[in-house]
Design a protein around this ligand. Structure first.
Ligand SMILES: Nc1ncnc2c1ncn2[C@@H]1O[C@H](COP(=O)(O)OP(=O)(O)OP(=O)(O)O)[C@@H](O)[C@H]1O
Ligand SMILES: O=c1ccn([C@@H]2O[C@H](COP(=O)(O)O)[C@@H](O)[C@H]2O)c(=O)[nH]1
Ligand SMILES: [Mg+2]
Length: 216
C-alpha cells in the first residue's frame, strides 16, 4: 500500500507532493471526527448533466448521508470573495479542473464541519491526480463509486435546459466539459472499475427510474 502511494506520488509535481505530505501530517479526519467512528464516503461520478446532483438529493433523503458537491463548494468559494475566487471562476468557465489542493481543502473542511460519519461526494475525483491526492491526504477510500452513465446528446440537452444561471451552462463550455470528462474523469472510473468498486447505472432514463435502479 505504502509502496503504491510512493509510486503514485512520483507522478505528481514536487510542490504538490510537499503540500500533501504537510497536510497529511496536520490532520487525519478519522482521528478528529465522529468520536472515533470510521468516516464512510461514496463518490458519485458521471458526465456533466448526467444527474449526479438530482440523484444525490434522493439518496440523502433516504439514507441520511451528507451530500457534498465539489462543484458547489467551488462556486461557494467564488461567491465568498476568497483570494482564489477569480482563478476558480476562470477555470470553471473554461470547463477545466481546479487544482487538487484547492478542492481537497474545501472537501476536508466540509467533512470536518459536517460532523457526520457518512458523506456522498458528488463530482469528485475529477482526474487521477484528484484521486491520488485525496486518498493520501484524507486517508479514506470510498466504500464504492456510483457512476451515472448517460449519452452525450442527453447530457447536452439537459444542461442547455437547466436554467439555474450557471456560468458553465453554455454550449461552448459544455462541449469542453464533455471532452475533459472523457479525457480526465473516465480514467478515474476505469481505475475504480478495475478494483470492482463501481456501481454503474443507466442515467439516460427518467430520474425516478434511475433512483429505482440505484436502490436495486
Ligand atoms: N434522469 C433525468 N432525466 C431528465 N432530466 C434530468 C434527469 N436527471 C436530472 N435531470 C435534469 O438535468 C439537469 C442536470 O441535472 P443535475 O444538475 O442533477 O446533473 P449533474 O450531473 O449534477 O450536472 P453537473 O455536473 O453539471 O453539476 C437538471 O435540470 C435536472 O433537473
Ligand atoms: O472536483 C471538482 C469539481 C468541479 N470542478 C469544476 O467545477 C465545475 C462544475 O462542477 P459540477 O460538478 O458540474 O458542479 C467543473 O466543470 C469543473 O470546472 C473541479 O474543477 N473539480
Ligand atoms: Mg451537479
Amino acid at each position: 500500500m505504502r509502496g503504491g502511494l510512493v509510486a503514485s506520488a512520483r507522478l505528481l509535481p514536487r510542490p504538490l507532493v510537499r503540500w500533501f505530505l504537510q497536510r497529511r501530517a496536520q490532520q487525519d479526519i478519522n482521528e478528529n471526527m465522529s468520536g472515533g467512528k470510521k468516516v464512510k464516503i461514496i463518490f458519485v461520478l458521471g458526465g456533466p448533466g448526467s444527474g449526479k446532483g438530482t440523484q444525490c438529493s434522493n439518496i440523502v433523503e433516504h439514507f441520511g448521508f451528507i451530500h457534498l458537491s465539489a462543484g458547489e463548494l467551488l462556486r461557494a468559494e467564488i461567491n465568498s470573495g476568497s483570494e482564489n475566487g477569480t482563478m476558480i471562476d476562470t477555470i470553471i468557465k473554461e470547463g477545466k479542473i481546479v487544482p487538487s489542493e484547492i478542492t481537497i481543502k474545501l472537501l476536508q473542511e466540509a467533512i470536518i464541519k459536517g460532523g457526520n460519519d457518512k458523506y456522498i461526494i458528488d463530482g469528485f475525483p475529477r482526474n487521477e491526480e484528484n484521486r491520488v491526492v485525496f486518498e493520501s491526504v484524507i486517508n479514506i477510500s470510498p466504500e464504492f463509486v456510483l457512476f451515472f452513465d448517460c449519452s452525450e446528446e442527453e447530457m447536452e440537452r439537459r444542461l442547455l435546459g437547466r436554467n439555474q444561471g450557471r456560468s458553465d451552462d453554455n454550449i461552448e463550455t459544455i462541449r469542453k466539459r464533455l471532452k475533459v470528462f472523457v479525457e480526465s474523469s473516465l480514467p478515474v472510473i476505469e481505475y475504480y472499475e478495475s478494483k470492482g468498486m463501481v456501481k454503474k447505472i443507466d442515467a439516460t432514463k427518467p430520474a425516478p427510474e434511475v433512483f429505482e435502479d440505484f436502490l436495486n
